[in-house]
Design a protein around this ligand. Structure first.
Ligand SMILES: Cc1cc2nc3c(=O)[nH]c(=O)nc-3n(C[C@H](O)[C@H](O)[C@H](O)COP(=O)(O)OP(=O)(O)OC[C@H]3O[C@@H](n4cnc5c(N)ncnc54)[C@H](O)[C@@H]3O)c2cc1C
Length: 312
């Protein structure tokens, strides 16, 4: 039976939930304080990689389902493509290969010593989805418009105030949950990036430890990053950007010749565990706190949201 559903939040968590719910024939109403391009979901590098979720046993399923969604939806129109990724590490750095559990068997090649990038002892090579947020978020909005979803710009102050209007309220408000749910376990983790002119390199590079990453989008090469807990300011700082470039230049010869075309910062909605559950005795379903893995988790989490709605 078709339900009337409100989704709070228009980032990747809200939009993936809304899309899968609309595909089930439900009537969707998206309410958000901010829409693309003015939200964190636009500032992600947005390649598939499990980050912040490896201590949660639900994570493997969520990540794999999202991977499958992106593979099935690769294309110019969606802005999704499969890209080679080189993940590099120094020796004896602890939890360096637990992410392999998230990959399908026999899809990752190990590169030792001389094969690894400059300055690294070991590296892994595989292919993962890259989601170009500047193309994919507008595409998602368009899909939802095609399914007659409504969009309303509004800051909600109380989730419970709208529960009688809808059969279900899906809370995908990310950092907004600090106020909406009085949940102070969600904190901002700022990430800054530099944008270089596009064209080089043509694969993703990742070193989680520093953290450094390079992501080849069509409109820019994204060079990251930083991991700054409890920083609320979405501005970039020269010192952070210089450090990002210094690290990237030391790995990729010739990168310092590329023109700098911009920068940005975004606030990852970190929570020790993603909150994905129905709030007891209500029709509210929470789906927030995806940290640095919002894209990696989105469509797996959205499948669980659909299941929880079916149980209402
Ligand atoms: C620099 C950087 C790089 C990243 N790289 C990657 C990556 O490579 N791979 C990956 O998987 N993830 C990455 N991430 C993480 C990813 O961006 C986030 O996990 C994801 O965007 C979170 O999506 P969301 O929809 O939950 O939140 P958001 O995009 O923040 O959306 C929240 C929505 O809720 C709305 N909202 C909040 N409060 C209210 C309210 N009271 N009333 C109404 N609306 C409200 C907001 O306006 C917004 O629409 C990166 C993040 C950063 C900053």
């Amino acid at each position: 039976m078709s339900k009337k559903i409100a989704v709070i939040g228009a980032g990747i968590s809200g939009m993936s939930s809304a899309l899968l719910l609309a595909e089930q024939g439900h009537e969707l109403h998206i309410i958000a304080k901010g829409f693309s391009p003015d939200i964190t979901s636009n500032r992600a590098a947005a390649f598939w990689f499990p980050y912040h979720v490896r201590n949660d046993k639900r994570g493997i399923g969520w990540c794999r389902k999202s991977f499958a969604f992106y593979v099935a939806n690769c294309g110019e129109a969606t802005g999704i493509s499969m890209k080679k990724i080189i993940k590099a590490a120094k020796a004896n750095t602890g939890d360096e290969d637990s992410w392999l559990d998230f990959m399908q068997p026999n899809t990752v090649k190990i590169m030792y010593n001389s094969e690894a990038p400059k300055g690294y002892d070991i590296a892994y090579e595989t292919h993962v989805p890259l989601v170009e947020t500047q193309i994919f978020l507008p595409w998602l909005y368009k899909q939802l418009e095609g399914k007659k979803a409504s969009f309303k710009k509004q800051e909600l102050l109380d989730l419970h105030s709208i529960t009688t209007e809808y059969d279900a309220v899906i809370n995908c408000s990310a950092l907004g949950a600090r106020v909406l749910c009085n949940d102070h376990s969600v904190i901002p983790v700022r990430g800054q990036v530099v944008l270089l002119e596009p064209g080089f390199p043509n694969h993703i590079f990742l070193d989680n430890q520093t953290p450094s990453y390079i992501v080849p989008r069509k409109d820019a090469t994204i060079v990251g990053g930083t991991y700054e807990e409890n920083v609320y300011d979405e501005k970039t700082e020269k010192e952070g950007l210089d450090d990002i470039l210094r690290r990237a230049y030391s790995v990729f010869e010739g990168l310092d010749k590329r023109k700098i075309i911009g920068n940005w910062a975004g606030l990852r909605p970190y929570r020790p565990q993603v909150r994905l559950e129905r709030e007891a005795d209500t029709n509210i379903i929470h789906n927030y706190g995806h940290g640095g893995s919002g894209y990696t988790l989105a469509f797996g989490c959205a499948e669980d949201v659909v299941k929880l709605v079916e149980e209402l």
